[in-house]
Design a protein around this ligand. Structure first.
Ligand code: PLP
Length: 613
Protein backbone atom coordinates (compact mmCIF):
# COMPACT_ATOMS: atom_id res chain seq x y z
CA UNK A 1 0.00 0.00 0.00
CA UNK A 2 1.12 3.54 -0.69
CA UNK A 3 1.69 5.11 2.74
CA UNK A 4 3.74 8.25 1.96
CA UNK A 5 6.47 7.03 4.33
CA UNK A 6 4.26 7.72 7.35
CA UNK A 7 6.07 5.11 9.47
CA UNK A 8 9.35 6.89 8.90
CA UNK A 9 8.46 10.52 9.68
CA UNK A 10 5.29 10.42 11.79
CA UNK A 11 6.62 8.42 14.81
CA UNK A 12 3.06 7.16 15.34
CA UNK A 13 1.70 10.71 15.74
CA UNK A 14 -0.44 10.03 12.68
CA UNK A 15 -1.67 6.77 11.16
CA UNK A 16 -3.56 5.63 8.09
CA UNK A 17 -6.87 3.84 8.63
CA UNK A 18 -9.70 3.16 6.19
CA UNK A 19 -8.10 5.31 3.54
CA UNK A 20 -7.80 8.36 5.80
CA UNK A 21 -4.93 9.88 7.74
CA UNK A 22 -5.83 10.06 11.41
CA UNK A 23 -4.47 11.64 14.58
CA UNK A 24 -3.21 8.68 16.59
CA UNK A 25 -4.54 9.93 19.91
CA UNK A 26 -7.69 9.66 22.03
CA UNK A 27 -10.70 9.24 19.70
CA UNK A 28 -8.39 9.23 16.65
CA UNK A 29 -10.18 11.76 14.47
CA UNK A 30 -9.23 11.90 10.82
CA UNK A 31 -7.61 15.09 9.59
CA UNK A 32 -10.34 15.40 6.98
CA UNK A 33 -13.01 15.38 9.68
CA UNK A 34 -11.20 18.17 11.55
CA UNK A 35 -10.66 20.10 8.31
CA UNK A 36 -14.34 19.88 7.40
CA UNK A 37 -15.40 21.11 10.83
CA UNK A 38 -13.18 24.14 10.41
CA UNK A 39 -14.45 24.77 6.87
CA UNK A 40 -18.02 24.53 8.16
CA UNK A 41 -17.34 27.84 9.92
CA UNK A 42 -16.76 29.45 6.52
CA UNK A 43 -12.96 29.22 6.40
CA UNK A 44 -11.64 28.47 2.90
CA UNK A 45 -7.90 28.98 2.32
CA UNK A 46 -5.04 27.06 3.94
CA UNK A 47 -5.41 25.98 7.57
CA UNK A 48 -2.66 25.49 10.14
CA UNK A 49 -3.75 22.97 12.75
CA UNK A 50 -1.92 22.88 16.09
CA UNK A 51 -1.88 19.78 18.28
CA UNK A 52 -0.70 20.64 21.82
CA UNK A 53 -0.65 16.94 22.76
CA UNK A 54 2.25 16.58 20.31
CA UNK A 55 4.16 19.40 22.03
CA UNK A 56 3.71 17.51 25.28
CA UNK A 57 4.82 14.26 23.69
CA UNK A 58 8.12 15.82 22.57
CA UNK A 59 8.83 17.60 25.86
CA UNK A 60 8.03 14.42 27.73
CA UNK A 61 10.32 12.25 25.64
CA UNK A 62 13.18 14.75 26.02
CA UNK A 63 12.92 14.71 29.83
CA UNK A 64 12.18 10.98 30.04
CA UNK A 65 15.19 10.05 27.95
CA UNK A 66 17.62 12.36 29.73
CA UNK A 67 16.41 11.20 33.13
CA UNK A 68 16.66 7.58 32.04
CA UNK A 69 20.26 8.11 30.90
CA UNK A 70 21.03 9.93 34.17
CA UNK A 71 19.73 6.90 36.11
CA UNK A 72 21.53 4.42 33.89
CA UNK A 73 24.92 6.05 34.35
CA UNK A 74 24.34 7.11 37.93
CA UNK A 75 25.03 10.70 36.89
CA UNK A 76 25.04 13.24 39.70
CA UNK A 77 24.25 16.40 37.72
CA UNK A 78 20.63 16.97 36.70
CA UNK A 79 18.85 17.86 33.48
CA UNK A 80 16.70 20.78 32.45
CA UNK A 81 15.81 22.50 29.21
CA UNK A 82 14.48 25.71 27.66
CA UNK A 83 12.54 26.32 24.47
CA UNK A 84 14.24 28.73 22.03
CA UNK A 85 11.58 31.27 21.13
CA UNK A 86 12.99 31.98 17.68
CA UNK A 87 11.66 28.59 16.55
CA UNK A 88 8.04 29.64 17.07
CA UNK A 89 6.82 32.74 18.92
CA UNK A 90 3.16 32.51 17.93
CA UNK A 91 0.97 33.07 21.00
CA UNK A 92 -1.25 30.02 20.60
CA UNK A 93 1.81 27.81 20.40
CA UNK A 94 3.64 29.49 23.29
CA UNK A 95 0.60 29.50 25.57
CA UNK A 96 0.13 25.75 25.06
CA UNK A 97 3.85 25.18 25.56
CA UNK A 98 4.18 27.06 28.86
CA UNK A 99 1.05 25.32 30.13
CA UNK A 100 2.61 21.94 29.46
CA UNK A 101 6.04 23.17 30.63
CA UNK A 102 4.91 23.72 34.21
CA UNK A 103 5.00 20.05 35.11
CA UNK A 104 8.59 19.74 33.84
CA UNK A 105 9.96 23.10 34.97
CA UNK A 106 10.79 23.63 31.30
CA UNK A 107 11.79 27.23 30.49
CA UNK A 108 12.29 29.63 27.59
CA UNK A 109 15.28 30.94 25.68
CA UNK A 110 15.30 34.44 24.20
CA UNK A 111 17.53 35.82 21.47
CA UNK A 112 16.19 39.35 21.19
CA UNK A 113 14.51 41.99 23.34
CA UNK A 114 11.05 41.17 22.03
CA UNK A 115 11.57 37.47 22.75
CA UNK A 116 12.85 38.29 26.23
CA UNK A 117 9.66 40.27 26.86
CA UNK A 118 7.60 37.20 25.86
CA UNK A 119 9.65 35.09 28.30
CA UNK A 120 9.24 37.66 31.09
CA UNK A 121 5.47 37.64 30.60
CA UNK A 122 4.77 33.94 30.06
CA UNK A 123 7.55 31.80 31.54
CA UNK A 124 6.63 29.66 34.54
CA UNK A 125 8.00 31.27 37.70
CA UNK A 126 10.61 28.70 38.70
CA UNK A 127 11.57 27.61 35.22
CA UNK A 128 14.86 28.86 33.75
CA UNK A 129 15.24 31.63 31.16
CA UNK A 130 18.40 31.83 29.08
CA UNK A 131 19.30 34.79 26.90
CA UNK A 132 21.59 34.39 23.90
CA UNK A 133 22.50 36.58 20.97
CA UNK A 134 24.07 40.02 20.79
CA UNK A 135 23.03 42.28 23.65
CA UNK A 136 23.11 46.02 24.17
CA UNK A 137 22.66 47.80 27.46
CA UNK A 138 18.88 47.85 27.03
CA UNK A 139 18.67 44.12 26.62
CA UNK A 140 20.96 43.52 29.60
CA UNK A 141 18.81 45.87 31.69
CA UNK A 142 15.76 43.81 30.74
CA UNK A 143 17.64 40.76 32.05
CA UNK A 144 18.14 42.52 35.37
CA UNK A 145 14.44 43.41 35.51
CA UNK A 146 13.60 39.72 34.88
CA UNK A 147 15.88 38.78 37.79
CA UNK A 148 14.07 41.33 39.96
CA UNK A 149 10.76 39.69 38.98
CA UNK A 150 12.17 36.52 40.53
CA UNK A 151 13.08 34.61 37.39
CA UNK A 152 15.99 32.17 37.27
CA UNK A 153 17.61 33.96 34.34
CA UNK A 154 21.03 33.46 32.76
CA UNK A 155 22.52 36.02 30.38
CA UNK A 156 24.89 34.23 28.04
CA UNK A 157 27.76 36.47 27.05
CA UNK A 158 28.73 36.37 23.39
CA UNK A 159 31.69 38.80 23.70
CA UNK A 160 33.74 40.59 26.36
CA UNK A 161 32.07 43.93 25.73
CA UNK A 162 28.76 42.41 26.89
CA UNK A 163 30.40 41.45 30.15
CA UNK A 164 31.58 45.01 30.62
CA UNK A 165 28.04 46.24 30.01
CA UNK A 166 26.77 43.80 32.65
CA UNK A 167 29.22 45.27 35.17
CA UNK A 168 27.98 48.73 34.27
CA UNK A 169 24.30 47.82 34.61
CA UNK A 170 25.03 45.99 37.87
CA UNK A 171 26.32 49.26 39.32
CA UNK A 172 23.15 51.06 38.25
CA UNK A 173 20.47 48.50 39.03
CA UNK A 174 22.11 46.46 41.83
CA UNK A 175 20.93 43.16 43.27
CA UNK A 176 19.59 40.71 42.34
CA UNK A 177 21.87 40.04 39.41
CA UNK A 178 21.00 37.60 36.64
CA UNK A 179 23.27 34.58 36.36
CA UNK A 180 26.06 34.83 33.86
CA UNK A 181 26.79 32.29 31.17
CA UNK A 182 29.68 32.31 28.72
CA UNK A 183 29.26 31.12 25.19
CA UNK A 184 32.33 29.19 24.17
CA UNK A 185 33.73 29.13 20.69
CA UNK A 186 34.42 25.54 19.78
CA UNK A 187 37.11 24.30 17.53
CA UNK A 188 34.74 21.60 16.24
CA UNK A 189 31.84 22.57 14.06
CA UNK A 190 28.42 21.25 13.10
CA UNK A 191 27.18 19.56 10.02
CA UNK A 192 24.58 20.18 7.32
CA UNK A 193 22.95 23.28 5.87
CA UNK A 194 22.52 24.97 9.26
CA UNK A 195 26.11 24.44 10.46
CA UNK A 196 27.34 28.04 10.56
CA UNK A 197 26.63 28.47 14.29
CA UNK A 198 29.57 26.37 15.44
CA UNK A 199 33.27 26.20 14.67
CA UNK A 200 36.28 28.42 15.25
CA UNK A 201 35.08 30.93 12.64
CA UNK A 202 31.59 31.04 14.10
CA UNK A 203 29.77 34.33 14.48
CA UNK A 204 29.35 33.58 18.18
CA UNK A 205 31.25 32.83 21.34
CA UNK A 206 34.48 33.48 23.26
CA UNK A 207 37.86 32.07 22.29
CA UNK A 208 39.97 30.43 25.02
CA UNK A 209 41.94 33.64 25.43
CA UNK A 210 38.74 35.64 25.85
CA UNK A 211 37.40 33.06 28.31
CA UNK A 212 40.45 33.58 30.51
CA UNK A 213 40.01 37.34 30.31
CA UNK A 214 36.32 37.01 31.14
CA UNK A 215 37.09 34.97 34.26
CA UNK A 216 39.68 37.55 35.35
CA UNK A 217 37.22 40.37 34.79
CA UNK A 218 34.54 38.57 36.82
CA UNK A 219 37.04 37.81 39.61
CA UNK A 220 38.27 41.37 39.89
CA UNK A 221 34.70 42.62 40.12
CA UNK A 222 33.70 40.02 42.71
CA UNK A 223 31.18 38.51 40.35
CA UNK A 224 32.73 35.12 39.69
CA UNK A 225 30.02 33.51 41.84
CA UNK A 226 27.43 34.65 39.29
CA UNK A 227 29.13 32.67 36.54
CA UNK A 228 26.99 29.51 36.39
CA UNK A 229 26.85 28.16 32.84
CA UNK A 230 28.83 27.59 29.69
CA UNK A 231 26.97 27.41 26.44
CA UNK A 232 27.52 26.26 22.89
CA UNK A 233 25.30 25.57 19.89
CA UNK A 234 26.79 23.77 16.91
CA UNK A 235 23.90 24.34 14.53
CA UNK A 236 20.41 23.17 13.75
CA UNK A 237 19.21 19.79 12.45
CA UNK A 238 22.45 17.98 13.33
CA UNK A 239 22.16 14.94 11.11
CA UNK A 240 24.97 12.87 12.66
CA UNK A 241 25.97 12.11 16.22
CA UNK A 242 29.75 12.37 15.68
CA UNK A 243 30.03 16.21 15.70
CA UNK A 244 27.86 16.34 18.85
CA UNK A 245 30.27 14.05 20.66
CA UNK A 246 33.27 15.98 19.46
CA UNK A 247 31.79 19.28 20.63
CA UNK A 248 30.86 17.76 23.99
CA UNK A 249 34.40 16.52 24.65
CA UNK A 250 35.70 19.99 23.93
CA UNK A 251 33.04 21.75 26.01
CA UNK A 252 33.36 19.24 28.86
CA UNK A 253 37.08 19.90 29.12
CA UNK A 254 36.57 23.67 29.02
CA UNK A 255 34.03 23.32 31.83
CA UNK A 256 36.45 21.28 33.92
CA UNK A 257 39.33 23.70 33.31
CA UNK A 258 37.23 26.72 34.25
CA UNK A 259 36.13 25.03 37.47
CA UNK A 260 39.68 24.26 38.36
CA UNK A 261 40.55 27.93 37.79
CA UNK A 262 38.18 28.82 40.61
CA UNK A 263 34.79 29.19 38.89
CA UNK A 264 33.23 27.41 41.87
CA UNK A 265 29.60 28.11 41.02
CA UNK A 266 29.93 27.06 37.42
CA UNK A 267 27.71 23.99 37.46
CA UNK A 268 25.94 23.84 34.12
CA UNK A 269 26.64 23.02 30.49
CA UNK A 270 24.12 24.21 27.95
CA UNK A 271 24.34 22.19 24.73
CA UNK A 272 22.15 24.54 22.71
CA UNK A 273 19.79 23.00 20.18
CA UNK A 274 20.30 20.92 17.10
CA UNK A 275 18.40 17.70 17.80
CA UNK A 276 17.29 16.65 14.34
CA UNK A 277 13.84 15.86 13.01
CA UNK A 278 13.24 13.10 10.47
CA UNK A 279 11.54 14.94 7.61
CA UNK A 280 12.09 12.32 4.96
CA UNK A 281 9.18 10.35 3.57
CA UNK A 282 11.42 8.31 1.30
CA UNK A 283 12.81 5.01 2.48
CA UNK A 284 16.26 5.53 1.00
CA UNK A 285 16.78 9.01 2.50
CA UNK A 286 17.31 9.74 6.20
CA UNK A 287 17.81 13.11 7.87
CA UNK A 288 19.49 11.83 11.03
CA UNK A 289 21.54 8.84 12.01
CA UNK A 290 20.81 8.65 15.75
CA UNK A 291 17.89 8.25 18.15
CA UNK A 292 17.09 10.37 21.18
CA UNK A 293 18.13 7.42 23.36
CA UNK A 294 21.55 7.33 21.76
CA UNK A 295 21.91 11.12 21.97
CA UNK A 296 21.06 11.27 25.68
CA UNK A 297 23.27 8.28 26.49
CA UNK A 298 26.22 9.87 24.71
CA UNK A 299 25.79 13.25 26.38
CA UNK A 300 25.45 11.88 29.90
CA UNK A 301 28.17 9.28 29.52
CA UNK A 302 30.72 11.69 28.04
CA UNK A 303 30.16 14.38 30.66
CA UNK A 304 30.44 11.80 33.41
CA UNK A 305 33.68 10.49 31.97
CA UNK A 306 35.29 13.92 31.56
CA UNK A 307 34.23 15.03 35.04
CA UNK A 308 35.74 11.88 36.55
CA UNK A 309 38.95 12.28 34.59
CA UNK A 310 39.42 15.88 35.70
CA UNK A 311 38.04 15.39 39.20
CA UNK A 312 35.26 17.96 39.02
CA UNK A 313 31.56 17.78 39.94
CA UNK A 314 29.29 16.52 37.18
CA UNK A 315 27.51 19.49 35.62
CA UNK A 316 23.81 20.11 35.28
CA UNK A 317 22.87 19.52 31.61
CA UNK A 318 20.73 22.06 29.77
CA UNK A 319 19.44 21.84 26.22
CA UNK A 320 17.78 24.39 23.97
CA UNK A 321 16.31 22.13 21.32
CA UNK A 322 13.58 23.88 19.40
CA UNK A 323 12.99 22.10 16.14
CA UNK A 324 12.68 18.76 17.96
CA UNK A 325 10.01 20.15 20.32
CA UNK A 326 7.95 22.24 17.88
CA UNK A 327 8.10 20.69 14.42
CA UNK A 328 5.54 17.92 14.81
CA UNK A 329 2.82 19.96 16.54
CA UNK A 330 1.60 21.76 13.41
CA UNK A 331 0.06 20.44 10.20
CA UNK A 332 -0.72 22.64 7.22
CA UNK A 333 -3.81 21.73 5.22
CA UNK A 334 -3.99 23.05 1.67
CA UNK A 335 -7.05 22.51 -0.54
CA UNK A 336 -6.34 21.42 -4.11
CA UNK A 337 -8.03 23.91 -6.42
CA UNK A 338 -7.24 22.42 -9.76
CA UNK A 339 -5.35 19.78 -11.69
CA UNK A 340 -3.96 21.56 -14.69
CA UNK A 341 -4.77 18.83 -17.16
CA UNK A 342 -8.18 18.19 -15.68
CA UNK A 343 -9.84 19.73 -18.71
CA UNK A 344 -8.24 17.11 -20.91
CA UNK A 345 -11.16 14.70 -20.99
CA UNK A 346 -12.59 12.70 -23.81
CA UNK A 347 -15.54 15.09 -23.81
CA UNK A 348 -13.28 17.98 -24.72
CA UNK A 349 -12.02 16.16 -27.76
CA UNK A 350 -13.44 17.73 -30.95
CA UNK A 351 -12.07 15.60 -33.76
CA UNK A 352 -12.85 16.79 -37.27
CA UNK A 353 -14.20 14.66 -40.09
CA UNK A 354 -10.72 14.75 -41.48
CA UNK A 355 -7.75 15.10 -39.17
CA UNK A 356 -4.04 15.43 -39.82
CA UNK A 357 -2.59 11.87 -40.10
CA UNK A 358 -0.58 12.20 -36.89
CA UNK A 359 -3.73 13.04 -34.93
CA UNK A 360 -5.47 10.02 -36.43
CA UNK A 361 -2.51 7.98 -35.24
CA UNK A 362 -2.69 9.47 -31.76
CA UNK A 363 -6.36 8.56 -31.60
CA UNK A 364 -5.52 5.06 -32.66
CA UNK A 365 -2.85 4.77 -29.96
CA UNK A 366 -5.36 5.95 -27.39
CA UNK A 367 -7.94 3.37 -28.42
CA UNK A 368 -5.58 0.40 -28.57
CA UNK A 369 -3.15 1.02 -25.69
CA UNK A 370 -2.84 -1.96 -23.30
CA UNK A 371 -0.50 -3.07 -20.54
CA UNK A 372 1.83 -4.85 -22.97
CA UNK A 373 2.35 -1.86 -25.27
CA UNK A 374 1.73 1.02 -22.83
CA UNK A 375 5.29 2.34 -22.60
CA UNK A 376 5.88 2.04 -26.33
CA UNK A 377 2.65 3.87 -27.11
CA UNK A 378 3.46 6.51 -24.53
CA UNK A 379 6.79 7.16 -26.25
CA UNK A 380 5.11 7.31 -29.66
CA UNK A 381 2.51 9.75 -28.45
CA UNK A 382 5.13 12.08 -26.93
CA UNK A 383 7.02 12.02 -30.25
CA UNK A 384 3.84 12.75 -32.18
CA UNK A 385 3.12 15.65 -29.89
CA UNK A 386 6.52 17.21 -30.62
CA UNK A 387 5.92 16.87 -34.36
CA UNK A 388 2.38 18.26 -34.16
CA UNK A 389 3.52 21.28 -32.14
CA UNK A 390 6.15 21.97 -34.80
CA UNK A 391 3.49 21.67 -37.51
CA UNK A 392 1.43 24.24 -35.62
CA UNK A 393 4.37 26.66 -35.43
CA UNK A 394 4.84 26.31 -39.17
CA UNK A 395 1.17 27.01 -39.81
CA UNK A 396 0.17 23.55 -41.07
CA UNK A 397 -2.39 22.68 -38.39
CA UNK A 398 -4.92 24.90 -36.61
CA UNK A 399 -5.76 25.60 -32.97
CA UNK A 400 -8.44 22.92 -32.86
CA UNK A 401 -5.88 20.34 -34.03
CA UNK A 402 -3.48 21.53 -31.39
CA UNK A 403 -6.13 21.23 -28.68
CA UNK A 404 -6.99 17.70 -29.86
CA UNK A 405 -3.28 16.84 -29.69
CA UNK A 406 -2.98 18.04 -26.09
CA UNK A 407 -6.09 16.16 -25.03
CA UNK A 408 -5.14 12.90 -26.73
CA UNK A 409 -1.60 12.91 -25.35
CA UNK A 410 -2.87 13.53 -21.83
CA UNK A 411 -5.45 10.77 -22.17
CA UNK A 412 -2.72 8.40 -23.33
CA UNK A 413 -0.42 9.41 -20.45
CA UNK A 414 -3.15 8.75 -17.90
CA UNK A 415 -3.98 5.39 -19.40
CA UNK A 416 -0.33 4.39 -19.63
CA UNK A 417 0.23 5.23 -15.96
CA UNK A 418 -2.86 3.28 -14.93
CA UNK A 419 -1.72 0.30 -16.96
CA UNK A 420 1.88 0.27 -15.72
CA UNK A 421 2.04 1.54 -12.10
CA UNK A 422 1.55 -1.96 -10.74
CA UNK A 423 4.54 -3.19 -12.70
CA UNK A 424 6.60 -0.31 -11.29
CA UNK A 425 8.15 0.22 -14.71
CA UNK A 426 11.65 1.72 -14.68
CA UNK A 427 10.94 3.40 -17.97
CA UNK A 428 7.83 5.05 -16.63
CA UNK A 429 9.93 6.38 -13.73
CA UNK A 430 12.43 7.76 -16.20
CA UNK A 431 9.84 9.80 -18.05
CA UNK A 432 7.88 10.98 -14.98
CA UNK A 433 9.19 14.45 -15.61
CA UNK A 434 7.34 14.69 -18.88
CA UNK A 435 4.10 13.12 -17.72
CA UNK A 436 3.69 14.91 -14.40
CA UNK A 437 0.45 16.55 -13.34
CA UNK A 438 0.44 20.01 -11.82
CA UNK A 439 -1.72 20.42 -8.70
CA UNK A 440 -2.72 23.98 -7.83
CA UNK A 441 -2.94 24.44 -4.06
CA UNK A 442 -4.68 27.22 -2.17
CA UNK A 443 -1.67 28.33 -0.13
CA UNK A 444 1.54 30.30 -0.41
CA UNK A 445 4.81 28.44 -0.29
CA UNK A 446 6.61 31.65 0.67
CA UNK A 447 4.30 32.12 3.65
CA UNK A 448 3.91 28.54 4.83
CA UNK A 449 7.02 26.58 3.74
CA UNK A 450 9.77 29.22 3.48
CA UNK A 451 12.50 26.65 4.14
CA UNK A 452 11.56 24.91 0.91
CA UNK A 453 11.92 28.19 -0.94
CA UNK A 454 15.16 29.19 0.78
CA UNK A 455 16.90 25.88 1.49
CA UNK A 456 15.03 23.25 -0.54
CA UNK A 457 14.08 21.61 2.74
CA UNK A 458 11.36 19.05 1.96
CA UNK A 459 8.45 18.37 4.28
CA UNK A 460 6.35 15.19 4.32
CA UNK A 461 3.20 15.70 2.28
CA UNK A 462 0.21 13.47 1.62
CA UNK A 463 -3.47 13.62 0.76
CA UNK A 464 -5.97 13.46 3.63
CA UNK A 465 -8.15 10.89 1.88
CA UNK A 466 -8.11 8.30 -0.93
CA UNK A 467 -5.33 6.44 0.90
CA UNK A 468 -6.91 3.11 0.06
CA UNK A 469 -6.38 3.81 -3.64
CA UNK A 470 -3.10 3.77 -5.52
CA UNK A 471 -2.07 7.27 -6.57
CA UNK A 472 -1.32 7.33 -10.28
CA UNK A 473 -0.07 10.83 -11.06
CA UNK A 474 3.47 12.06 -10.58
CA UNK A 475 2.77 15.44 -9.06
CA UNK A 476 4.26 18.89 -8.93
CA UNK A 477 2.66 21.31 -6.48
CA UNK A 478 1.93 24.93 -7.36
CA UNK A 479 0.91 27.64 -4.96
CA UNK A 480 -1.28 30.64 -5.81
CA UNK A 481 1.44 33.29 -5.76
CA UNK A 482 2.37 34.78 -9.11
CA UNK A 483 5.93 33.61 -8.67
CA UNK A 484 7.46 30.74 -10.57
CA UNK A 485 9.42 29.81 -7.43
CA UNK A 486 6.11 28.97 -5.79
CA UNK A 487 6.43 25.40 -6.96
CA UNK A 488 7.48 22.11 -5.44
CA UNK A 489 8.64 20.43 -8.58
CA UNK A 490 8.37 16.73 -9.22
CA UNK A 491 11.80 15.35 -8.44
CA UNK A 492 12.61 11.76 -9.25
CA UNK A 493 14.84 11.59 -6.14
CA UNK A 494 11.85 12.54 -3.98
CA UNK A 495 8.91 11.39 -6.08
CA UNK A 496 5.41 12.40 -5.05
CA UNK A 497 2.40 10.55 -6.47
CA UNK A 498 -1.13 11.81 -6.04
CA UNK A 499 -4.58 10.70 -7.08
CA UNK A 500 -6.22 11.55 -10.34
CA UNK A 501 -9.33 13.31 -9.14
CA UNK A 502 -11.90 15.69 -10.51
CA UNK A 503 -12.02 18.54 -8.01
CA UNK A 504 -15.31 19.69 -9.45
CA UNK A 505 -16.82 16.44 -8.20
CA UNK A 506 -14.90 15.76 -5.00
CA UNK A 507 -12.68 17.60 -2.56
CA UNK A 508 -9.01 16.76 -2.24
CA UNK A 509 -6.75 18.19 0.42
CA UNK A 510 -3.02 17.86 0.95
CA UNK A 511 -1.37 18.02 4.35
CA UNK A 512 2.20 19.17 4.95
CA UNK A 513 3.56 17.80 8.21
CA UNK A 514 6.32 18.87 10.62
CA UNK A 515 5.81 22.55 9.83
CA UNK A 516 5.71 23.71 13.48
CA UNK A 517 9.36 24.82 13.67
CA UNK A 518 10.66 28.00 12.02
CA UNK A 519 8.17 28.05 9.11
CA UNK A 520 5.64 30.37 10.71
CA UNK A 521 7.89 33.27 11.62
CA UNK A 522 10.17 32.90 8.64
CA UNK A 523 7.10 32.96 6.39
CA UNK A 524 6.89 36.05 4.23
CA UNK A 525 4.00 38.02 2.84
CA UNK A 526 4.93 37.63 -0.80
CA UNK A 527 1.97 38.79 -2.93
CA UNK A 528 0.46 39.79 0.42
CA UNK A 529 -0.65 36.31 1.35
CA UNK A 530 -0.67 36.15 5.14
CA UNK A 531 -0.32 33.58 7.90
CA UNK A 532 -3.00 30.94 7.25
CA UNK A 533 -6.07 30.53 9.42
CA UNK A 534 -4.97 28.66 12.54
CA UNK A 535 -6.80 26.36 14.91
CA UNK A 536 -5.77 24.51 18.07
CA UNK A 537 -7.15 20.98 18.56
CA UNK A 538 -7.52 20.20 22.27
CA UNK A 539 -8.25 16.59 23.20
CA UNK A 540 -10.50 15.77 26.10
CA UNK A 541 -11.48 12.46 27.63
CA UNK A 542 -14.18 11.70 25.10
CA UNK A 543 -13.33 13.77 22.06
CA UNK A 544 -11.78 17.03 21.07
CA UNK A 545 -12.61 20.70 20.66
CA UNK A 546 -11.43 23.35 18.23
CA UNK A 547 -9.93 26.28 20.11
CA UNK A 548 -8.34 29.65 19.36
CA UNK A 549 -9.50 29.94 15.76
CA UNK A 550 -7.55 32.87 14.30
CA UNK A 551 -8.60 33.69 10.76
CA UNK A 552 -6.00 34.76 8.23
CA UNK A 553 -5.55 38.54 8.29
CA UNK A 554 -7.92 40.62 6.21
CA UNK A 555 -6.75 42.69 3.26
CA UNK A 556 -7.20 45.88 5.29
CA UNK A 557 -5.11 44.48 8.14
CA UNK A 558 -2.24 43.49 5.94
CA UNK A 559 -2.22 46.85 4.17
CA UNK A 560 -2.22 48.51 7.57
CA UNK A 561 0.79 46.38 8.55
CA UNK A 562 2.57 47.74 5.49
CA UNK A 563 1.95 51.22 6.91
CA UNK A 564 -0.71 52.21 4.44
CA UNK A 565 -3.00 54.86 5.84
CA UNK A 566 -6.18 52.76 5.82
CA UNK A 567 -8.48 55.77 5.97
CA UNK A 568 -6.75 57.44 3.07
CA UNK A 569 -6.84 54.20 1.07
CA UNK A 570 -10.55 53.70 1.70
CA UNK A 571 -11.43 57.27 0.87
CA UNK A 572 -9.50 56.99 -2.39
CA UNK A 573 -11.54 53.93 -3.32
CA UNK A 574 -14.72 55.80 -2.38
CA UNK A 575 -13.76 58.80 -4.49
CA UNK A 576 -12.95 56.57 -7.46
CA UNK A 577 -16.42 55.09 -7.29
CA UNK A 578 -18.12 58.44 -6.70
CA UNK A 579 -16.36 60.03 -9.65
CA UNK A 580 -16.80 57.15 -12.07
CA UNK A 581 -19.33 57.76 -14.85
CA UNK A 582 -19.30 54.05 -15.70
CA UNK A 583 -21.37 53.19 -12.61
CA UNK A 584 -25.02 54.23 -12.44
CA UNK A 585 -25.77 56.54 -9.52
CA UNK A 586 -28.21 54.11 -7.89
CA UNK A 587 -25.66 51.27 -8.07
CA UNK A 588 -22.83 53.12 -6.34
CA UNK A 589 -24.02 52.28 -2.84
CA UNK A 590 -24.15 48.56 -3.61
CA UNK A 591 -20.70 48.53 -5.18
CA UNK A 592 -19.26 50.30 -2.16
CA UNK A 593 -20.73 47.60 0.05
CA UNK A 594 -19.23 44.88 -2.11
CA UNK A 595 -15.85 46.53 -1.96
CA UNK A 596 -16.05 46.84 1.83
CA UNK A 597 -16.84 43.14 2.03
CA UNK A 598 -13.71 42.24 0.06
CA UNK A 599 -11.51 44.50 2.17
CA UNK A 600 -12.45 42.49 5.23
CA UNK A 601 -11.73 39.14 3.61
CA UNK A 602 -8.26 37.57 3.36
CA UNK A 603 -6.31 37.16 0.12
CA UNK A 604 -6.62 33.39 -0.24
CA UNK A 605 -8.97 32.04 -2.89
CA UNK A 606 -12.53 31.19 -2.06
CA UNK A 607 -13.39 28.62 -4.68
CA UNK A 608 -16.85 27.17 -4.46
CA UNK A 609 -16.74 23.49 -5.28
CA UNK A 610 -19.77 21.59 -6.41
CA UNK A 611 -20.14 19.62 -3.21
CA UNK A 612 -20.26 22.58 -0.93
CA UNK A 613 -22.62 24.48 -3.20
C1 PLP B 1 18.56 28.33 16.98
C2 PLP B 1 19.10 28.03 18.30
C3 PLP B 1 18.60 26.95 19.04
C4 PLP B 1 17.56 25.99 18.50
O1 PLP B 1 18.07 25.11 17.56
P1 PLP B 1 17.20 23.86 17.05
O2 PLP B 1 17.96 23.31 15.93
O3 PLP B 1 15.88 24.41 16.65
O4 PLP B 1 17.08 22.90 18.16
C5 PLP B 1 19.10 26.74 20.31
N1 PLP B 1 20.05 27.54 20.82
C6 PLP B 1 20.56 28.59 20.14
C7 PLP B 1 21.60 29.44 20.73
C8 PLP B 1 20.11 28.86 18.85
O5 PLP B 1 20.63 29.88 18.16
Amino acid sequence: MFDYGIKQWAKDDFIIENGLVKVNHSVKPSLIEITKKIRDTGVRGPILIRFPHLIKKQIDSLYTQFNRAIDTFDYRGGFNAVFPLKVNQFPNFIKSLVDIAQEYNYGLEAGSKAELIIAMAYNNKNAPITVNGFKDKGMISLGFIAAKMGYDITLTIEGLNELETILEVAKELGEPLPNIGLRIRLHSSGIGIWAKSGGINSKFGLTSTELLEAVDLLKSNNLLEKFRMIHFHIGSQISEIAPVKKALREAGNIYAELRKMGAKNLDAINLGGGLAVEYSQHENIHNRNYTLTEFTNDVVYLLKEISAQKGVAEPMIYTESGRFIAASHAVLIAPVLELFSQEYTEKGLKLKKENPPLIEELYDLYKTINSANAIEYLHDSLDHMESLLTLFDLGYIDLQDRSNTEILVHLIIKKAIELTTSSNSQELKRIQDRVQERYLLNFSLFQSLPDFWGLKQRFPVMPLSHLDKTPTRSASLWDITCDSDGEIDFNIDYPLYLHDIDVKKEEYFLAFFLVGAYQETLGMKHNLFTHPTEVTVEFEEEGYTLENIVEAQSILDILYDLDYDINDLQSRLKTNIAESDKIKIDEKEKILEQLAFHLHENSYLKMVTKKEG
